[in-house]
Design a binder for this molecule. Structure first.
Ligand SMILES: Cc1cc2nc3c(=O)[nH]c(=O)nc-3n(C[C@H](O)[C@H](O)[C@H](O)COP(=O)(O)OP(=O)(O)OC[C@H]3O[C@@H](n4cnc5c(N)ncnc54)[C@H](O)[C@@H]3O)c2cc1C
Length: 420
């Protein structure tokens, strides 16, 4: 495509938070365009084979629903396509999650954007950003036929990696105080598994250790999750992992190559040493490595571990987070969790979604401005739906009135069914 497009709100990226932002902005009356570089929507949710929506409910005992709005519309559409495409479960760790089938989510997200009059382009990469002072004017997009420009009043960066913010020269953050981000994992799926057998992290550890003793190489992580897909002989394995050191092509290639190779070594170890996996067959790797943490936005307010652990409420809250910090910092060990009171949530203030130095730039999902421990809680998909919804509504309000008055944003979110 070539030429120029003019919209109120441009949403960059069609993951859970981007789709949510686009629907929220459109329902608030904005003319919206969403641009996604993959062939389908859903981001990590569909691209990395992630298995369950966390934080739609608060974690731990006595779970309470803390995310609704666009997230509910997605779940309703998935249910309409196939009642079996989602299932509410209590996970091995004791949390109320919504297990989902990613292929149905892809179709449901397409349908939802259509139903909400959101125009969107797949197979389209944002490759440049034009900035004047502290305002973004336009983005340059590229498809297989050429380049085109999209001008917008307000931009939502929902790229997971703050790619638009980075290209715009907006301030971004990377990792913890040592500059280290959490591990990235390439999930893989197996079929032909006898899922009645023990596949807890302890059973995984026994099999992996036996594999190591037998000389199978590259089995770095010994403990990890195997998610059983209810009603099938399929499982998702979350083990092959690396620590990202950047997002350039060379580093991305290193990470994909290493973890893809690892998947085959884990399969060999499971077939030989894990009861129930003797006839397991590989159905899918990835398709793409899943990032838990990369670049995020430097916002007007930084969510802290203290906010998350104390379940702090805010009069400027535009989304609720129900998860606890789930920290994946070691290549060899499973995640560590920081404890929070059950049945409780924290508020995410509007300032976490607003760039500190670029007036018409919002970030949502993995980009939310948070310290590294708070980010380890806010990054899960239920919360990504909620922050995307809030960023989209705020962008629409700002596009229409020139500023995102927090009361106006909250009022519109409540009108759209968000829980705030
Ligand atoms: C291994 C793993 C397991 C996980 N398990 C769970 C789990 O069980 N439950 C849970 O709730 N969460 C889980 N998470 C976290 C969760 O999946 C992600 O944090 C969440 O999906 C991120 O959503 P997002 O919308 O912020 O970004 P993403 O899903 O990353 O979406 C960003 C989108 O932007 C697009 N994009 C990027 N750059 C450009 C560009 N320049 N131009 C156009 N498009 C672009 C990408 O293609 C992508 O589709 C897991 C994550 C990983 C990695």
């Amino acid at each position: 495509m070539q030429g120029e497009y003019f919209v109120d709100v441009l949403v960059a990226g069609g993951g859970t938070s981007g789709v949510s932002a686009a629907v929220g902005a459109s329902q608030a009356g904005a003319n919206v365009l969403l641009v996604e570089r993959s062939a389908y929507l859903g981001g990590e949710g569909t691209n990395a084979g992630v298995g369950a929506l966390c934080a739609v409910y608060t974690c731990g005992d006595n779970p309470v629903k803390c995310v609704a709005g666009v997230c509910d519309l997605v779940l309703e559409e998935m249910h309409r396509l196939s009642p079996n495409s989602t299932e509410t479960i209590i996970s091995a760790a004791g949390n109320k999650n919504i297990q989902f089938k990613p292929e149905y989510m892809k179709v449901a997200l397409d349908n939802l954007l259509d139903k909400n009059n959101v125009r969107y382009f797949l197979h389209t990469n944002i490759i440049d950003v034009k900035r004047e002072g502290n305002i973004i004017r336009s983005v340059t997009c590229q498809d297989d036929e050429g380049r085109f420009t999209v001008h917008a009043k307000v931009f939502v960066d929902a790229t997971g990696d703050a790619n638009v913010a980075h290209m715009a020269g907006a301030k971004t953050l990377w990792g913890d105080e040592r500059g280290q981000v959490m591990t990235a994992t390439l999930p893989f799926r197996l079929c032909g598994v006898d899922t009645s057998k023990d596949m807890t992290p302890s059973a995984v550890e026994r099999a992996v250790k036996a594999g190591k003793d037998a000389g199978i190489p590259n089995l770095t992580r010994e403990r990890g999750f195997i998610l059983k897909m209810t009603g099938s002989q399929e499982v998702i394995v979350l083990l092959p992992s690396v620590i990202p050191e950047g997002l350039n092509a060379e580093e991305l290639t290193r990470m994909e190559k290493f973890t893809r190779g690892q998947a085959l070594y884990y399969l060999e170890a499971f077939r030989r040493f894990m009861p129930g996996m003797e006839r397991a067959e590989l159905t899918m790797i990835g398709p793409s490595i899943g990032f838990r943490e990369t670049r995020r936005l430097a916002g007007r307010y930084m969510l802290t571990a203290d906010d998350v652990l104390n379940r702090r409420k805010s009069p400027e809250g535009v989304a609720r987070g129900g998860w606890k910090p789930e920290i994946h910092s070691s290549l060899n060990e499973a995640a560590t969790y920081l404890d929070v009171p059950g049945a409780s949530y924290y508020d995410i203030p509007l300032g976490c979604l607003q760039s500190v130095d670029t007036e018409n730039l919002y970030g949502s999902g993995r980009l939310v401005c948070a310290d590294s421990q708070a980010m380890a809680a806010s990054r899960v998909m239920g919360t990504c739906f909620a922050t995307g919804h809030a960023a989209g509504v705020a962008a629409a309000v700002q596009g229409e009135t020139g500023k995102a008055d927090v009361e106006a944003v909250r009022k519109e979110l409540i009108r759209q069914g968000a829980l705030i």
